[in-house]
Design a protein around this ligand. Structure first.
Ligand code: NAD
Length: 356
């Protein structure tokens, strides 16, 4: 297969970690007979430096004109003072909205080799953590009307939390399709005992569930989900929820696995094209020192192969290579522990590519 990948290395550790992911993709291309053509663009702080804005039109156009986007991270203290509309993070919102990426998929998986890094009790961790958060990304309270008005002599703030049936239906389908590729269980999270938007959410999710008789569907209230994630995370396979609940729960789910440098994510819309990125930021404190953990970005590239290019055995191969390298005791500084061998960012990329 021939695929064109738009690459945004971004700021801070972005260039270091994306370079390692490209190294792994090149090895996959060589081994399985694919061609990956990269078009590198500037977005984020580095684009502000060159163009005076974080998302130049030609960069955005290349995101729309490719098979998928691979992103490192954007931002850093250098650009903290710039005006809100051109801030580095605005580039990501601009790309997500222009590409219509309404579904955010974040796997939260505990690597048994790194079990000590989890803040949960060993007996809970021993049951395993391997779940997929499917978060609605462009609706709900973050995209409703926001206003602060004076009522009866005091300020009153309003944030509208709105969902239309079609917005719920499409993210529910993403969740059920994802579950079919995993453990065939969906837990739909809402606050249907209080919120109208949640009652509609539940109704539409149940309608979609009827199209997927092979996948089980259970409702769970968001407050209970927050508790269950730390009490018994092994019960979850696919969790689907709206934007605000998903923002909070996906961070909680990542945290219980212990290492931010290991976590991948995908943002998807209609069709197969998506944007793939690690969940962490640009880590300015370690940038330029070859210390970063590239595994979150490498696993994001594996998600790109699985979800956008339907290259299942290639994605499996990358995940297996990561596991083998961890089994052999190689660790970057953030996941280092006694008795293991510490390696740099580029050495970690070399080791994973070599396992392939
Ligand atoms: P961060 O995720 O960049 O860093 C938090 C801590 O985790 C730091 O100590 C960092 O060194 C460490 N860390 C993160 N990724 C690592 C990796 N791959 N390997 C080893 N250690 C790693 O969060 P922050 O410090 O709050 O944010 C830094 C900048 O990144 C800010 O400008 C923020 O706005 C931006 N940011 C960007 C994105 C994105 O591009 N999607 C996401 C979050 C934050």
């Amino acid at each position: 297969m021939n695929k064109t990948i738009t690459v945004i290395k971004g700021d801070g550790i972005g260039p270091e970690i994306v370079t390692e992911a490209m190294k792994v993709l090149d090895r996959i291309a060589e081994k399985y007979g694919h061609t990956f053509t990269y078009q590198e663009i500037l977005a984020g702080g580095c684009a502000i430096d060159v163009y005076g804005k974080s998302l130049p039109e030609e960069s955005l156009q290349k995101c729309l004109d490719c098979d998928s986007v691979l992103l490192g991270a954007v931002g850093g203290p250098k650009w903290d003072g710039v005006e809100k509309s051109i801030r580095p993070e605005a580039a990501l919102l601009g790309i997500r909205s222009a590409m219509g990426l309404y579904a955010n998929l974040r796997p939260a998986r505990l690597f048994p080799q790194l079990a000590d890094a989890s803040p949960l009790k060993p007996e809970i961790v021993a049951r395993g953590i391997d779940l997929m958060m499917v978060r609605e990304l462009i609706g709900g309270a973050y995209f409703g009307e926001h206003k602060t008005v004076t009522e009866n002599g005091e300020l009153v703030a309003h944030d509208d939390m709105t969902y239309a049936e079609h917005e719920i239906r499409r993210i529910a389908r993403t969740a059920f399709e994802t579950a079919r590729k995993r453990g065939s269980r969906v837990i739909s999270v809402d606050k249907a005992n209080v919120l109208d938007s949640s009652r509609l959410w539940r109704k539409v999710v149940h309608q979609v569930a009827e199209e997927y008789p092979d996948v089980t569907c259970t409702d769970m209230l968001v407050d209970n989900t927050a508790m269950q994630l730390v009490k018994n995370p092994a019960q979850f396979d696919v969790v689907v929820t709206e934007n605000l609940f998903g923002d909070i729960l996906s961070d909680e789910a990542s945290m219980i696995t212990g290492s931010i440098g290991m976590m991948a994510s995908a943002s998807l819309g209609e069709g197969t094209r998506g944007m793939y990125e690690p969940i962490h930021g640009s880590a300015p404190d370690i940038a330029g020192q070859n210390l970063a953990n590239p595994i979150g970005t490498i696993l994001s590239a594996a998600m790109m192969l699985r979800y956008s290019f339907d290259m299942i055995k290639e994605a499996d191969a990358i995940e297996a290579a990561v596991n083998t390298v961890l089994d052999k005791g190689y660790r970057t500084g953030d996941i280092m522990s006694e008795g293991m061998t510490q390696v740099t960012c580029s050495q970690m990329g070399d080791l994973i590519a070599a396992e392939l």
